[in-house]
Ligand binder design. Structure first.
Ligand SMILES: O=C(O)C(=O)C[C@]1(C(=O)O)C=C[C@@H](O)C=C1
Length: 312
């Protein structure tokens, strides 16, 4: 199997891939994995078959959904999430060896990373301008190799600073010490990972039109079948101002009766349902299923219904 990730070397995404490979007993595959400089490039490589799996960030506990990933997944057909990985995010401020903190007037990093260190930066380098880069590690790589970069420091992972020979000026600079980013392992069509009892499913829902109660009509399908959602985000469809679709993660697997029933109902109610897969939860936390939403409860109600036909 071959793996691509949002690179270059030293991104948090590479750390997520390393953790995924290790937990699957194939840590050595990291050496052969291929970095791509943007999320769309990772997904294109999966679609073209250049790599079998791609790893991209999808959600951060401080900044929320990674729009670049949600939109890029949406813009491509036949991509499915096969696994998720959680990585604790600890940022360092790195610079070329010998750079004094006081001399820094511009800092490069990924926009998601910058948003997570804003407080520390405004206290410790109040004059520093932000320069956006493609990833945290891209900021570190360019700083180490290019004399013309318009910044003197990068916000990145310690691994990126070490990989590119930068000095760590400060560490643990995130405003929220418990920040976590969730990454997903994506592949083309294939076998759905087996149900484990601790799974998540990801969908994108499209409405027929914008009307009062439109989102409620979609959401009540989940509520009525006892399904707990873990993320809900609206994204512009790009068709017209005010036209939105909804990206949703929820507890459960396609093989669970309550999920199957919900999907069938959503197919009736929504203009379009994109199914991005069911996969094991990284934290292995079992789904909360109320007694009225278990597989047995659904089988029992189906049996009752069949009996009505026979007995009446
Ligand atoms: O730039 C990186 O290192 C990434 O892996 C991307 C990314 C993100 O998109 O959220 C991942 C984790 C951090 O929260 C900051 C940046």
């Amino acid at each position: 199997m071959s793996y691509g990730y949002f690179g270059p070397r030293g991104t948090f995404t590479q750390a997520a891939l390393a953790s995924y490979l290790e937990s699957n007993g194939v840590a050595a595959e990291l050496e052969r994995s291929v970095p791509f400089s943007t999320v769309p490039a990772v997904l294109d490589a999966v679609m073209s078959g250049e790599v079998d799996f791609g790893v991209v960030p999808i959600e951060n506990s401080v900044e929320g959904g990674v729009s670049a990933t949600l939109d890029a997944l949406n813009a491509r057909e036949d991509l499915f999430i096969r696994a998720e990985v959680l990585v604790p995010i600890t940022f360092v401020l790195a610079a070329r060896p010998g750079t004094p903190l006081e001399s820094i007037d511009a800092v490069g990093s990924h926009s998601h990373a910058w948003a997570q260190v804003r407080g520390w930066m405004s206290t410790n380098t109040p004059a520093a301008q932000y320069v956006p880069t493609l990833s945290t590690a891209a900021a570190a790589e360019a700083l180490a190799s290019d004399d013309d970069v318009p910044y003197q420091a990068a916000v990145c992972a310690r691994m990126a600073a070490e990989t590119f020979g930068l000095e760590v000026l400060a560490e643990g600079i995130g405003d929220n010490a418990s920040a976590v980013t969730r990454f997903v392992v994506v592949s083309g069509p294939g076998k759905l990972p087996a149900s484990t009892g601790a799974d998540k499913t990801t969908l994108m829902l499209f409405q027929h039109d914008d009307h009062a109660g439109g989102l409620l009509a979609l959401l009540e399908q989940f509520a009525a079948r006892g399904i707990n959602m873990t993320r809900l985000e609206s994204r512009p469809t790009g068709v017209a101002m005010g036209s939105y679709c909804f990206s949703i993660d929820f507890e459960g697997h396609l093989e669970d009766a309550r999920v199957a029933e919900t999907l069938k109902s959503l197919h009736r109610v929504a203009a379009k349902v994109r199914f991005f897969g069911s996969y094991p939860r990284a934290d292995r936390r079992p789904a909360t299923v109320v007694p009225t939403a278990t597989d047995e409860a659904f089988v029992e109600s189906q049996t009752w219904f069949e009996m009505l036909r026979v007995d009446s």
